[in-house]
Design a protein around this ligand. Structure first.
Ligand code: ADP
Ligand code: MG
Length: 589
């Protein structure tokens, strides 16, 4: 079943629910509360489940949305519809400010930081005079369309659920796009994503803002639903509950947020209603039972209830294969001047007392396969990181196509036409091969977040995916195109990395141990591919331990030992070089 059809059916069901005769009004209140929580949880799905940024402070953004509209409508007489953009903008600006401060925190400090502002903002809301301190703001006007006033739970129901469904569609669209791939790479592949030009700092800030605006929307609806605003629902405890909602539903899935909201809201209501009847009026018992049931749910379905439910369905979504006939514009690059394509001139890198690369110089010519070899720890990967801008050199120069690149950012270097693979494979395991490879073409696309949400990016996106599919075919992984990258063998994952690098349309390809983990036949196919790329005009610099592979493939070889270049020459000369033999024998002795 297509996603569109599922959403349409869901929307029809939700629209019909209140029309059921004799539906207890109290159920409608529950559905309203589910919708309000779903909006916040959906933001958390993006922020925490997909982006990996755990936030305990999301309720505070509901507060920004709710208080903004309460102040503007009661104190300035603004119509609620006019205060809606204000509520969203205030939440968004708060997210930018808090996001810039918080996103820099790493590890456990980030969730702790969000908890801190969750608590801090609660006190701010409850202490400010113009927000009514602990009493809050009353007499918030209802939403109104013409003479239709949304005074009760039944009439605001539609406003809430239109907001939920529209937000879900926009969020799903965002995730399924060029920007979305950058977001989905944040949690488990940000180094690679950065190397291919994803501005990960901006992506993080974007999900912060998106999540905050959704929470602000929930707060705005809440204010006009309750018709009053008080600080309590915007405190840290509520923030923790929202996180719970997202985790229970399935923090990686937009619909998981909605389902989680339904589970938690209903469970809480049922427990509050029935437990006192069973156990007498012993207060607080429901919180304990509630906690136990949630822990049990998370045990039963560790990824959340949504993916577990979807796994039970008999039909599976088929991913569409991209139309590979769509062309992607070739990036404009300055023609390389005569002379070597890449020149490394006395490059040096020290890590404290360790000199990983010790004044190394060598060139890579046009249409040349150059192998960099040496025992473990010789400084090969560090040399790669100096060339690609991942590490800053202590001293020395690197020139590419006549331009100095020693202090350039990885993104600039990629744009100039250097693409790489990693010694330790860096793919996003829960994205398909196609999506992973498409990250390589990131800089060749243009569409941003807003265009993606509104689906204005389809032509751009089709061209990116077509390019990714062509490169996957080229490296011989066409059959695996819609499998999850994490399900492939390590050898195949290395080949996926090559396809991703080829999406840059590079002039120079840097491969760090590409043949490791490949079987004999696969190595031969890889060698044939690399020769074909060279003959097509590309230069290749590779690090490899398989000597048979290197001697057979490389045009020239540079040998490093303890960070120092000890030899350089054609394979036959290297084979018989006494220094090289000594370095290798020394390393294995
Ligand atoms: P190779 O790829 O040739 O096996 P590397 O370039 O990974 O070698 O490492 C060269 C030397 O630099 C090693 O001694 C390694 O321990 C050290 N080194 C590499 N990266 C770092 C780092 N980030 N911090 C400190 N030392 C490092
Ligand atoms: Mg290495």
């Amino acid at each position: 079943m297509s996603q569109r059809l599922s959403i349409a059916i869901f929307a029809i069901v939700m629209a019909a629910l209140p029309l059921i005769p004799e539906m207890p009004p109290y159920w409608i209140v529950l559905l309203d509360n589910i919708g309000l929580a779903a909006l916040v949880a959906m933001g958390l799905v993006l922020l925490t489940g997909v982006g990996g940024l755990t936030s305990f402070g999301q309720a505070a953004f509901c507060g920004f949305g709710a208080y903004t509209t309460a102040v503007l409508t009661t104190q300035y007489g603004l119509s609620p519809w006019l205060s809606l953009p204000a509520s969203l903008v205030v939440s968004g600006i708060a997210a930018v400010i808090l996001g810039i401060v918080t996103v820099r925190l790493s590890g456990h400090y980030l969730p702790l930081g969000t908890l801190a502002w969750g608590i801090g903002l609660y006190y701010l809301f409850s202490k400010l005079e113009f927000l009514g301190r602990n009493d809050g703001i009353g007499r918030v006007p209802p939403l109104q369309i013409g003479s239709y006033r949304m005074l009760d739970a039944g009439s605001i129901y539609y406003a809430i659920w239109v907001a939920v469904i529209a937000s879900a569609i926009l969020t799903l669209n965002l995730l399924d796009s060029r920007t979305g791939r950058g977001i989905r790479a944040l949690r488990r592949g940000h180094i690679a994503a950065e190397a291919f030009g994803v501005a990960t700092g901006c992506s993080k800030l974007l999900v912060f803002i998106h999540a905050a605006v959704l929470a602000g929307l929930s707060g705005w609806l809440y204010a006009h639903f309750q018709r009053s605003v008080m600080p309590t629902p915007f405190g840290a405890q509520a923030g923790i509950e929202y996180l719970f909602v997202a985790v229970v539903g399935g923090a990686g899935y937009v619909w998981g947020g909605v389902l989680g909201a339904a589970i938690v809201v209903v469970l809480k209501e049922v427990l509050q209603g029935y437990l006192p009847l069973i156990f007498g009026g012993q207060g607080q018992l429901e919180i304990i039972v509630f906690g136990i049931m949630l822990v049990a749910l998370v045990q039963l379905a560790p990824g959340g209830v949504w993916p577990w439910l979807v796994g039970l369905l008999p039909f599976k979504d088929k991913t569409q294969r991209p139309d590979t006939s769509i062309a992607l514009a070739v990036p404009a690059r300055a023609a390389a001047p005569a002379g070597p394509l890449l020149r490394i001139d006395n490059a040096r890198k020290q890590f404290g007392g360790v000199t990983a690369v010790n004044d190394v110089s060598f060139d890579v010519g046009a249409k040349e396969i150059l192998a960099l070899i040496g025992p473990n720890g010789a400084g090969k990967s560090t040399t790669f990181n100096l060339i690609t801008g991942v590490l800053k050199a202590t001293s020395g120069k690197v020139t590419f196509a006549g331009q100095p690149i020693i202090d350039a950012a990885p993104q600039t270097i990629t744009q100039l036409g250097i693409a790489r693979t990693f010694q330790h494979v860096k793919l996003v395991p829960d994205m398909t091969v196609l999506e992973n490879v498409a990250i390589g073409a990131h800089l060749r696309g243009r569409s941003g977040a807003v265009a993606s949400m509104l689906r204005l990016d389809r032509a751009d996106e089709a061209a990116l995916l077509a390019e990714a599919a062509r490169q996957i075919e080229r490296v011989g992984l066409g059959d695996q195109i819609d499998q999850l990258a994490g399900s492939l063998s390590l050898g195949q994952q290395r080949i996926v990395e090559i396809a991703r690098a080829l999406c840059v349309n590079p002039m120079l390809l840097l491969l760090d141990e590409p043949a490791a983990g490949l079987r004999h036949m696969e190595k031969q196919r890889l060698a044939a591919l690399l020769r074909q790329l060279r003959d097509g005009g590309m230069s290749v610099l590779l690090v490899e331990h398989d000597m048979g592979f290197v001697m057979d493939l490389a045009d020239r070889i540079v040998v490093l030992d303890f960070g120092t270049k000890i030899a350089e020459g054609v394979p036959d000369a290297i084979k018989s070089n006494p220094d090289v033999i000594r370095a290798y024998l020394g390393a294995t002795a």
